[in-house]
Design a protein around this ligand. Structure first.
Ligand code: F6R
Length: 608
């Protein structure tokens, strides 16, 4: 999604702004721009397309002498990804420049009013309304004008604003969309995502909803929502800029797939203590756990697929009713929730708008909310009753791999933890489940051996237009994720179905040569899935079977087979993910796709 950076200090601003924007590229964007202020003039440079085009445009002016500026990568919502619609937007006389993340919901009525006041607009964006409104509201106080303007906006926003009359200042304010700030001996840095600050400082200030900040002559002045100045404590980030580099891999996605064993181990190991599970951020008493009457897991995209796998685990091990719900749907339902419902929100970024809204709805209705989050300083982590952090490290490729794997680690442990505390399950079964979890990192490393073969098999897939993925139970959760991964990075149309559901309609699409990826790892479901494989083969499908070694004989007539190590049925989604991510990666590469930054996608989806 959109990214914001800003700098004011003793050095030239342009190089810092461009470097900061490059750190945010992974979030997904389609145009970019910067504004610097110097000699009572704000200069704006913008381009449609990639950051390299902006860098080319600015190359003759680097490093420049302006010491204050803001920058933006835009992910189009209102208006096409053109130069005209790119941020920063200037107010009509060039008094203000603004960059904005989020969506202004009342921009149409504000625009109508501004037009009747004589303002004209040069873009189709909601953001330009903010620039013009700032100029209309200007009363001589830069900070006061930004606050007054923000109060007129509904929707979500993180704003960084320059004012021609205050060349050494930046004002920021935010509601719903994140913004962080940091300082070192060279000046003050701000960004919508802490990965753009890590090069400069590890101690960051997180702006909360409706808080604002005036950065003036290198000093940060924070203001509470009521306008009173306040002290703010910084948060220390336990990661380095180096974590977000490719370290010799051709792509972030490939590097992150190879980091999966470590991501899983680093996530689960700290919580496994003498055969028991102790979470640092979630420690209800036995009585409190026994009061939980059901669990609802809500999330988006891949994190929702983790929820499907979690549902099977919680039902089987903890014997608790459990549902997985897509957050964008769940947030608008009228679910009957109470203090005995545990709502689990899963989110890598911790900023996903729909997941956050689902969290707030659940809290309002009295449920307890536990979140599973990879970014500690995120809004979802902040607003939950309890948090379990995944330790996947920064994930830069837009398509999730290692964070998905780490999220699975947490839901498995959560299922076992609830089972222990509810005493609903034989200790033997739980102990053996935990032993299996401990072995997952090593099995993930073995699953990575598929890397070579994936390159070969990808050659057979690269020219396809459609792929169907099928599986039952945990294999279905794995199929759903494998299908999403392939479609989002290779742009091949892929669909995942519960294997038994295919014949209720979709089988009409199977014809000679159609590729079906059949997930057939779960022993309990194996024969049933094989019947579904036979049904598609009888209609001419080619099948890529995903299975374990012991089933190879029954699947000897498949066109392609890939095997994963044996494990407990519940844990297959994590092991099946690796080869299918590798296959998606190599297929996308052969199709010439932008693997790390697929078109139209964003890493942190902060709009609905
Ligand atoms: C797919 C992918 C997305 C995210 C989804 C939720 O590869 O990455 O489907 O899983 O946008 O994002 P988070 O986990 O940040 O809430």
């Amino acid at each position: 999604m959109c990214g914001i950076v800003g700098y004011t200090g003793k050095n030239a601003a342009l190089p810092y702004l461009l470097e900061g924007l490059s750190r945010l590229e992974y979030r997904g964007y389609d145009s970019a721009g910067i504004a610097v202020i110097e000699n009572s003039r704000i200069d704006v440079t913008r381009t449609g397309g990639s950051l390299s085009l902006l860098e080319e445009k600015l190359a003759p002016f680097l490093p420049g002498t302006a010491k204050t500026g803001i920058g933006h990568t835009r992910w189009a919502t209102h208006g096409a990804p053109t130069e005209q619609n790119a941020h920063p937007h200037l107010s009509r006389s060039g008094l203000f420049a603004v960059v904005h993340n989020g969506i202004i919901e009342n921009y149409t009525e504000l625009k109508e009013q501004l037009v009747s006041d004589g303002f004209s607009f040069s873009s189709q964006t909601d953001t330009e309304v903010i620039a013009q409104l700032l100029e209309k509201n200007y009363d001589g106080s830069f900070h006061g004008t930004v606050r007054k303007t923000a109060a007129m906006l509904s929707g979500s926003f993180a704003l960084a604003v320059l004012c021609r009359n205050e060349p050494d200042s930046i004002v920021c304010i935010r509601k719903e969309s994140p913004l962080v700030l940091g300082k070192n001996e060279n000046g003050v840095f701000l960004a919508s995502d802490s990965s753009a600050l890590l090069r400069h400082t590890k101690d960051v200030f997180r702006l909360e909803n409706n808080e604002s900040v005036l950065i003036e002559n290198g000093e940060l002045h924070f203001f509470a929502p009521d306008g009173s100045e306040e002290e703010k404590k910084s948060i220390h980030l336990n990661r380095s800029a180096h974590d977000a580099e490719k370290n010799g891999y051709s792509h972030f996605m490939l590097k992150e797939i190879f980091e999966e064993p470590a991501a899983f181990r680093n996530t689960v190991a700290p919580f496994l203590k003498n055969g028991r599970i102790e979470f640092s951020g979630f420690s209800p008493t036995k009585e409190e756990v026994k009061k939980i009457s059901r669990v609802i897991i809500t999330a988006c995209g891949s994190a929702y697929h983790v929820g499907i796998a979690g549902k099977y685990a919680i039902e089987r091990l903890a014997k608790l009713p459990c549902e997985a719900e897509i957050a964008s749907e769940f947030r608008y339902r009228s679910p009957v929730l109470d203090e005995r419902t545990l709502v689990v929100v899963i989110s890598q970024s911790g900023e996903t708008a729909d997941s956050l809204a689902a969290l707030r709805m659940a809290k309002e209705k009295g449920a307890k909310v536990l979140s599973v989050v990879n970014v500690p300083e995120s809004t979802i982590a902040n607003e939950s009753d309890s948090v379990i952090y995944t330790a996947a490290g920064p994930e830069i490729a837009v398509a999730t791999t290692k964070a998905y794997c780490a999220q699975l680690g947490v839901v498995y442990l959560l299922a076992a933890f609830l089972a222990f505390e509810r005493e609903e399950n034989g200790k033997g079964e739980l102990q053996s489940f935990i032993r299996e979890i401990r072995q997952i990192p090593e099995k993930l490393s073995r699953a990575l051996d598929y890397a070579q073969e994936a390159q070969q098999t990808a050659k057979q897939l690269a020219s396809l237009e459609h792929i169907y993925y099928i599986g039952r139970q945990s294999d279905f959760a794995a199929a759903a994720e494998a299908s999403l991964k392939m479609k989002e990075i290779s742009y091949i149309h892929c669909e995942a179905y519960a294997a038994g559901e295919l014949k209720h309609g979709t089988i009409s699409l199977i014809e000679k040569g159609t590729l079906v990826v059949a997930h057939a790892c779960c022993d309990r479901m194996f024969e049933k899935t094989v019947s579904n494989i036979r049904e598609v083969k009888a209609r001419g499908a080619r099948v890529l079977a995903v299975t374990t070694k012991k089933h190879l004989k029954e699947l000897s007539d498949m066109e392609y087979v890939l095997t994963v190590p044996e494990t407990d049925e519940l844990l297959f989604p994590v092991l099946e993910a690796v080869p299918l991510q590798l296959l998606a990666f190599h297929t996308a590469l052969l199709r010439g796709c932008s693997v790390d930054k697929p078109r139209n996608l964003a890493k942190s989806v902060t709009v609905e």
